[in-house]
Design a protein around this ligand. Sequence first.
Ligand SMILES: [Zn+2]
Length: 291
Amino acid sequence: MTDLSARRLLLVHAHPDDESINNGATMAKYAAEGAHVTLVTCTLGEHGEVIPPALRHLTGTELGEHRLGELTAAMRELGVEDFRLLGGKGRYEDSGMMGIADNDDPACLWQADVDTAARDLVEVILEVRPQVLVTYDPDGGYGHPDHIQAHRIAMRAAELAADAGWEIPKIYWNRVPRTVAEEAFARLRADLPGLPFGKAATVADVPGVVDDERITTVIDGTAYAAAKAAAMRAHATQIDVAELYFALSNELAQPLFTTEYYELVRGERAAREESDLFAGVAGAVTVKEAS
Ligand SMILES: [Zn+2]
């Protein structure tokens, strides 16, 4: 049961690991403060690549099952109890990068009818009644079909839920300010010789990078840096973490951001620079002290 007197945050993501990379510190912070945090993940990443050689035999449903275990462990690290799979386990499978033949498979998320998938999410929205929704921008942050589709489903579900009686007061897209990304990559290039990664990614590899002036909201997750890193480590088939950096299966090092950034796209901006996703939301001010 959802406590409807609490602050309620809903996040919609494409694959296990995206939530920890994009919002791990935010999720840990709000969970620790007593907010109800709900994660909806659209697929189990059944067709993705596997980093540890010992687990590379896992494919399809077996890999999805393993990744559900990793997601469960990651949510334990973040203190998030309410995590769900869109439409139930196995309803939507993941797609590959744009243009590959696998994306024609009718089981994959890219082929899903947006309205049908959105209705699966509307059920969650009407139950949880979130004051805040977080998802990707229309490009999915970096053009991955599943991320684009997750964006479409989340935005459509918000519309359908409003028609059905719950209008989400604030909707945000995941962002990284360009100057922050550039500075982090400069540090990364200096630190690279001491890291277990051969090469560095570039700013262009980071999803959601935009000009600084588009950032409306900054969540300082410094106190939750360890929880975020632990959640990312829990996704061992997809992420290698070392100090303040990580790499995906392409083995290119990227900075691990513990301050997380957002662009408000629906609802009223409460301050020039918000430091709380719930800022200005009526009835969302009660905060349980983090212990
Ligand atoms: Zn993803």
